[in-house]
Design a protein. Structure first.
Length: 175
């Protein structure tokens, strides 16, 4: 893969890493837009499969970024993507720890915590929407997704049970 593709991937993900409030999945819609819609480096189905694989695998939540980078631009793409997504969060964390150690009860700190919570929730909902659109194809898949969302919101059912039911539906050929 060309160095311009790797550099473009690095800079785009680096900028997204700087606004990844609420976790890495919050920037997933824009990573999708960049690598699938704008650059055509990964197909929609590949992106959904890579994200699902990374979420099912043990290890860090950032794994999906490395897998998308690997699929889009090889080993250099994986390294560029993971460094780009972790660099801003690491720098921000170091600064936040230093400031919090000096003034843990500062009004600005409390305002930031209260203000960023709804932003993080909005980013997570956008991520879910992108995954539904790229992975669900057909009425049965949408119905299973809707039933899963309702079960998560209204019951205390263990999410592993829902994953097992989804896997059973796939094995049975329903989706």
């Amino acid at each position: 893969m060309s160095s311009s593709v790797v550099a473009g991937l690095f800079w785009h993900i680096l900028l997204l890493g700087a606004v990844a409030v609420g976790g890495l999945s919050t920037v997933m819609p824009d990573v999708y837009r960049y690598v699938v819609d704008e650059q055509g480096l990964v197909s929609s189905g590949e992106f959904a499969a890579l994200y699902a694989l990374a979420q099912a695998a043990p290890g860090p939540n950032a794994l999906w970024v490395a897998l998308v980078g690997l699929q889009a631009a090889g080993v250099l793409g994986a390294v560029a993507a993971i460094v780009a997504i972790l660099l801003p969060a690491t720098a921000f964390t170091c600064v936040a720890i230093a400031l919090h150690a000096r003034r843990p009860d500062a009004p600005l700190a409390a305002a930031l915590r209260r203000g960023l919570a709804p932003v993080a929730v909005g980013f997570m909902l956008a991520s879910g929407w992108v995954l539904v659109r790229s992975a669900d194809h057909g009425v049965p898949a949408y119905a299973i997704t809707a039933a899963t969302v309702l079960a998560v919101m209204r019951t205390r059912l263990n999410p592993l049970v829902l994953l097992a039911l989804g896997a059973a539906a796939g094995i049975a050929g329903l989706v």
